[in-house]
Design a protein around this ligand. Structure first.
Ligand code: UDP
Length: 456
């Protein structure tokens, strides 16, 4: 068997880089070499937040971090997803091709395979041109994959327009007769920042990314049969290999934090050690959620009102002024947490979450109940799945001004913590979900099958 060198290409968002970093680490553990390609912009952030220590540096002969431009200027707004996608598709295919040719010219290990994020599906066309095979990786849920995959059918059936806007007057649809109903307002492309962004993003995906599904038999997904059995039956080609969780080898901090865009504040771990068992509310909204001052105030005062310990992630890029009345003496605030470690800490009682798919699978894998507070993209659908299908969380509702009030936070949190059935369902689901990636679990078997194929 030869040692394959796999080029891994994530979409340039934290929620895509993280699971693909974990996937890369697993490929290395199983005897592959990886060339991990970030955009220049993210590459700099990843390097500067790495807790690299001399005796624990990254073994570059096994995993090399490289970068190419995303086509935007240094000061352009990368949260404008439409603009980002336009820039990427007009520049990245040729720069990726050049990168691979340069690697080959230098006489480094030849790239033998490409694993591209489905949101970067066009990379498989580059691979085809150079005679390199590829696989596609979907970092979100199988259900959301189902929405995207069925876009042409939804257009043909008159459910949506070709720009993704809703045409049908029905509020819900079923992707297949035995699937739960989906609210049409939960189609992920409708929940972007604005309609221009939604249309651009959907066009980019449908025209430049999903056609690549025809170029490979390997459609990998960061989910598990135990989490989404119905959806995976509907999409039998989608191979669940998740949840992809980092292996917490505390002796190697470089690997533990690899791929993070912000440096993890580890001081929260010793703070958690001092808190009683199942007492702490963990509050984090991923990498893209932005609060305005009013909502920030309600959240801060709501956390005070709960009168319980909390660990709150307030990213530097969305730091607001704390309201004057805010005491916060029961809490700990950090700029970025080692989230997977936090969620597995015995002091954690529940997670106030935006329901990004990574945060969701990390929470489900630790048996922690959710307080769902979704913002955009696939998050509203994930909230519904968590609360109504898996029954392991409760949702927070906004008031007539569109705000989640401090009173609502306290009320629903108290309700969640006093509901023993949610906790016990969460723990049962944890057992099922984690069994998938251990022993003879389905996700592990799928991953092993993929690696075996790579090596042949
Ligand atoms: N995350 C983290 N520390 C934090 C907040 C988030 O490590 O303080 C990680 C989290 O573990 C997850 C990722 O960032 O892997 C966020 O991905 P997700 O899909 O949940 O949300 P997104 O950022 O894409 O909205």
């Amino acid at each position: 068997m030869s040692i394959p060198t796999v080029l891994v290409l994530p979409f340039p968002f934290q929620g895509h880089v993280n699971p693909m970093t974990t996937l890369s680490q697993k490929l290395v553990e199983h005897g592959c070499k990886v060339v991990f390609v970030n955009t220049d912009f993210n590459h700099k952030r990843v390097l500067s937040s790495m807790v690299e220590q001399q005796d624990h540096s990254l073994d570059e002969s096994l995993m090399k971090l490289v970068s190419i431009s995303d086509g935007l200027g240094p000061d352009d707004d990368r949260s404008n997803i439409g603009k980002l996608c336009d820039a990427m598709i007009s520049t990245m295919p040729s720069t990726l091709e050049k990168l691979i040719e340069d690697i080959h010219l230098k006489g480094d290990n030849r790239i033998s395979f490409i694993v591209a994020d489905l949101n970067m599906g066009w990379a498989l066309n580059v691979g085809c041109k150079l005679g390199i095979k590829g696989a596609l990786f979907w970092p979100a849920s199988a259900a959301v994959f189902g929405m995207l995959y069925n876009v042409p059918r939804l257009i043909d059936d008159g459910i949506i327009n070709s720009d993704g806007s809703i045409l049908t007057s029905n509020k819900t649809i079923r992707l297949s007769p035995n699937m739960p109903e989906m609210e049409t307002t939960n189609f992920f492309w409708l929940n972007m920042a604005d309609t221009i962004n939604s249309t651009h993003f959907l066009n980019y995906l449908v025209h430049h990314c999903t056609p690549a599904l025809n170029l490979t038999e390997w459609w990998l997904c960061n989910t598990a049969y135990e989490l989404e059995p119905l959806m995976l039956t509907l999409a039998p080609k989608l191979l669940p290999i998740g949840p992809l969780l980092r292996s917490y080898d505390n002796t190697n901090p470089t690997l533990r934090s690899l791929g993070q865009f912000w440096e993890e504040d580890l001081s929260c771990m010793s703070w958690l050690d001092q808190q009683p068992h199942r007492s702490v509310t963990y509050v984090a909204f991923g990498s893209h959620t932005y609060f305005d001052q009013n909502q920030f105030n309600e959240l801060a005062l709501g956390l005070d009102l709960t009168n319980k310990p909390f660990l709150w992630v307030v990213r530097q890029d969305n730091k607001m002024a704390y309201p004057n009345e805010f005491q916060g003496h029961k809490g700990k605030i950090v700029g970025w947490a080692p989230q997977q470690m936090v969620l597995s800490h015995p002091a954690i009682a529940c997670f106030i979450s935006h329901c990004g798919w990574n945060s969701s699978t990390e929470c489900l894998s630790n048996g922690v109940p959710f307080l769902c507070w979704p913002y955009f993209g696939d998050q509203p659908y994930n909230r519904k799945y968590i609360c109504d299908e898996l029954n392991v969380g409760l949702g927070l509702n906004s008031d007539e001004n569109g705000l989640v009030s401090r009173g609502e936070i306290k009320k629903i949190l108290d309700q969640l913590l006093s509901d023993g059935s949610i906790r016990s369902r969460s723990l049962k689901l944890k057992e099922k979900v984690t069994s998938s990636t251990t022993d003879c679990g389905q996700s592990l078997e799928n991953f092993n099958k993929f690696v075996k194929w790579l090596k042949e």
